[in-house]
Design a protein. Structure first.
Length: 284
């Protein structure tokens, strides 16, 4: 298993559960830290469903699925994370929340533990400065759906050590991911490129330029994308993308990242995409 034996994941939402599933599939004992028993139960159920799909597709046997599930240690709170070699947080995209969390982890975890953030936009250096081990803090932006995505954006702050980066890269490669490295810049690579594309697709709907079906067909059939932009947004979650775009707009001071009124209204109305049953498409 290389450098790491026990992995900690903070967050029991879609992203957190996906990271946990990725780790246990790769043979790691994984502590899943959630806010409460309800969120832990929901995440565990989602992981079970994800593993069942892997079995159905012939990617693993039923016995391997059961063995993977047994590697999860679901907990409420953080105390058990002191055993971890690396802790990956996947909580709300709020800088102050993340900084407060990393302060707590810094006090709890031994000096050897690497602390990673799954943030999609926020500055890693600001999160790192909240700890007394900034050289052991980095970004690991794992894409949705985590068990199926082929790559990880590894984000180095100006103080991330080469040792930390090397160990983190080795770990991500053991998960079967290709690692790309980028500097600590808002949106990193993927979202810096992807967000304007998705926002423009929403504007095309807002301006009645074309139907959602035709917009998606153009990008899927015309350019070879695996999924159209509006269907992709429904899968990501319109609320999460709205927060991401708003964050980029603020950090980069660039209006092209400003969420269109249609997107804001859909979030306000609770039309969040697949997870709510309604978004640009009806998922019920």
């Amino acid at each position: 298993m290389g450098t790491f034996k026990t992995i900690g994941v903070i967050g029991s939402g879609v992203m957190g559960a996906g990271i946990v599933q990725t780790c246990i599939q790769s043979g790691y004992d994984t502590i899943m830290s959630g806010r409460n028993t309800e969120s832990i139960y929901r995440a565990t159920s989602n992981i079970k469903a994800g593993l069942s799909k892997m079995v159905e597709r012939g990617k693993m046997s039923q016995a391997e699925s059961e063995q993977a599930l047994a590697r999860i240690d679901p907990v409420v709170g953080f105390d058990s994370l002191e055993k971890c070699d690396i802790v990956i947080e996947a909580v709300v995209e709020d800088l102050e929340v993340k900084k407060d969390l990393f302060r707590k982890l810094d006090k709890l975890c031994p000096a050897k533990t690497i602390l990673a953030s799954d943030t999609a936009t926020l500055p890693i250096i600001e999160i790192a400065k909240a700890t007394n081990r900034p050289e052991k803090v980095l970004g690991l932006h794992i894409l949705i759906p985590a068990p199926l995505s082929k790559m990880v954006e590894m984000v180095r702050s100006e103080v991330s050590s080469e040792e930390t980066l090397g160990k983190a890269k080795e770990f991500c490669e053991s998960l079967g991911k290709i690692v790309v490295t980028c500097a600590d810049s808002p949106g990193f690579i993927i979202n810096r490129l992807l967000a304007p594309y998705l926002l423009e697709a929403v504007r095309l709907v807002e301006q009645n330029v074309a139907s959602k079906e035709d917009i998606d067909a153009c990008m899927q059939l015309g350019t070879g994308y695996p999924m159209g932009p509006l269907r992709l947004l429904d899968n990501v979650g319109l609320d999460q993308f709205h927060d991401l775009a708003s964050s980029l707009c603020t950090l980069l001071k660039d209006k092209k990242f400003e969420p269109p009124a249609l997107l804001t209204q859909m979030v306000t109305d609770g039309r969040l995409g697949r997870k709510s049953g309604h978004g640009f498409y009806d998922w019920k």
